[in-house]
Design a binder for this molecule. Structure first.
Ligand SMILES: Nc1nc2c([nH]c(=O)n2[C@H]2C[C@H](O)[C@@H](COP(=O)(O)OP(=O)(O)OP(=O)(O)O)O2)c(=O)[nH]1
Length: 141
């Protein structure tokens, strides 16, 4: 089966990372993730990232670089993470689609929310890639 990429945005404001709480489907609702979604046929991952952030959060974002690594999701999907930042003049993020809450998490707060399982190693890697040592955790991981 051909792998399909889900791109997650590590949207940064200084050293704070935006986390989004899923509102659907039922089995994922209430868990937190990096905003983003499936890369469509013929689309580049960074273009998908910009599109998804506009649709889901109503923001204008600039993709940064890919965080090395990939994390398996339900086959055939794998999670890739890209850093991103808001363009000057962008609206503030709002949970328009797929999410019902957003939080900017400082490194010390990073495990305060129940992330989706695949996001725990992905978020950990993202912080270390950014030169931040995340606190131990989350509980139970
Ligand atoms: N966007 C995103 N999805 C994630 C993360 N971690 C994780 O396990 N997933 C899963 C949840 C979903 O099953 C799948 C992504 O689907 P999605 O619903 O966000 O994709 P999409 O916006 O393109 O939606 P659709 O075309 O299916 O309607 O990957 C993450 O950090 N970000």
């Amino acid at each position: 089966m051909t792998e399909r990429i889900v791109v997650g945005a590590a949207l940064l404001d200084g050293d704070r990372l935006l986390a989004a709480r899923r509102s659907a489907p039922a089995e994922l609702a209430g868990r937190w993730e990096l905003p983003g979604g499936k890369v469509e046929e013929g689309e580049t991952p960074d273009a998908a990232l910009v599109r998804e952030l506009r649709e889901e959060l109503g923001v204008d974002a600039r993709p940064g670089e890919r965080v090395p690594g990939q994390w398996p999701l339900k086959p055939p999907y794998v999670l890739h993470v890209w850093t991103a930042s808001l363009l000057p003049g962008s609206a503030a993020p709002a949970p328009l689609e797929d999410h019902d809450a957003l939080r900017w998490l400082s490194p010390g707060e990073i495990w305060d929310v129940p992330w989706l399982a695949a996001d725990v190693p992905a978020v950990h890697r993202t912080l270390t890639h950014l030169g931040v040592t995340p606190p131990a955790g989350p509980p139970g991981a």
